[in-house]
Design a protein around this ligand. Structure first.
Ligand code: F6P
Length: 365
């Protein structure tokens, strides 16, 4: 049985883009809290809640029945960075530093620690807040799986499941109509969703940010399949993929966000070019936020629950400035500082890339 501890009140927030498994972490933190003699204060809409003073007490009853629910009962935001706070001044957006207000609310609420659940951006903010005296613990989430310090982030498996299911469905219709179907998936800088989704859904071509592709090679693969009597092809392209010498395709930008560029549109560009080069009929499916919504897979439910339970244990042991991480089969902790120093990108010698090539999948290179 855990020991009672002088840490009495902890804040909990979910920051950045949501993903399946956030509620499982909230439950994993809140359910054991009582045993540690702690109460949990849920901050609303990520760091926005910390700056604007929006929060609510979380009791056991609040987290009952939320394990399998997608989204986050606390709300989230990718515009609430206290160090990059958008304010409208004379009709224009000005970026201000509101981190002092965040620290003030932490003190006013009598918090002894803050558990921040989020991706790369959230961990950066958490680290800066820890330098201002807040006792922070990080929990890594993101469907993109691009945090180097953990083998896997929760949310990734659920997103891959959506991609695999979509490719299974697209397979049958692409085959019936002898078409090339391009599926655009998320993945800004890292191609893990496209790689794992494409591998599990049997894509013929996978295009990822880490491997700039050649249009000729992509067309060649489709022609090669046709010569073997395969009159359809499936292409799985990450939103951040780009052709050799080309640029990523963006649909807009929003300076209120820490990462202002909104990617999207590469799927159509790829489909149009394939039609031009091969004369084949092409179609595009953009999976978008379907990958972020809905119920977490069992793998993500387990990982999220472990992350939550270990995060509150780190708080109880006052191991602040740490992020929980999966290393092999064990949950460990790493310094948040180290966790944000490196993005986890797909390496050319990754075993997934090796296996994909071995079964004939092209990366367009
Ligand atoms: O970081 C996760 C992610 O899913 C990225 O792959 C994607 O570019 C981004 O979120 C989209 O976020 P939103 O549509 O919420 O702005």
């Amino acid at each position: 049985m855990p020991k009672r501890n002088e840490i009495r009140r902890i804040g909990l927030l979910t920051g950045g883009g949501d993903c399946p498994g956030l509620n499982a972490v909230i439950r994993g933190v809140t359910k054991p809290a009582e045993d540690y003699g702690m109460s949990v204060y849920g901050l609303l809409d990520g760091f926005e809640g910390l700056v604007e003073g929006k929060a609510r007490e979380l009791k056991n009853s609040d987290v009952s029945g939320i394990l399998a629910r997608g989204g986050t009962i606390l709300g989230s935001s990718n515009k609430g960075d206290p160090f990059h706070w958008p304010v409208e001044v004379n009709g224009k957006i000005e970026i201000q530093d509101k981190s002092d207000a965040a620290v003030q609310n932490y003190k006013t609420w009598g918090l002894d620690a803050l558990i921040a659940v989020g991706g790369d951006g959230t961990m950066h903010i958490a680290h800066k807040l820890s330098q201002k005296g807040i006792n922070v613990i990080g929990v890594p989430k993101t469907i993109d799986n691009d945090l180097d310090a953990t083998d896997v982030t929760f949310g990734h498996d659920s997103a891959v499941f959506v991609v695999a299911e979509a490719l299974d469905r697209l397979h049958t219709t692409a085959s019936s109509h002898h078409r090339v179907i391009v599926t655009e998936v998320m993945g800004r800088y890292a191609g893990w969703i496209a790689l794992h989704g494409g591998l599990s859904g049997g894509a013929d071509i996978i295009l990822i940010p880490e491997i700039p592709f050649s249009w000729d090679k992509v067309a060649e693969k489709i022609r090669e399949r046709e010569l073997k009597g395969k009159r359809f092809s499936l292409v799985c392209v990450a939103e951040g993929a780009k052709p050799i010498g080309g640029e990523v395709v963006a649909k807009g930008s929003d300076i209120k966000r820490t990462d202002p560029v909104q990617l999207g549109g590469i799927g159509k560009v790829v489909a149009d070019k394939i039609a031009e080069l091969t004369g084949r009929e092409t179609r595009v499916t953009v999976l978008g936020h379907l990958q972020r919504g809905g119920s977490p897979t069992p793998y993500d439910r387990i990982l999220s629950t472990k992350f939550g339970a270990f995060a509150i244990d780190l708080v109880a042991n006052k191991k602040f400035g740490k992020m929980v991480a999966l290393k092999g089969n064990e949950i460990k902790s790493v310094k948040i500082e180290d966790a944000i120093s490196k993005q986890k990108l797909v390496q050319l010698d990754d075993q997934g890339v090796f296996a994909a090539r071995a079964v004939g999948i092209s990366f367009g290179d």
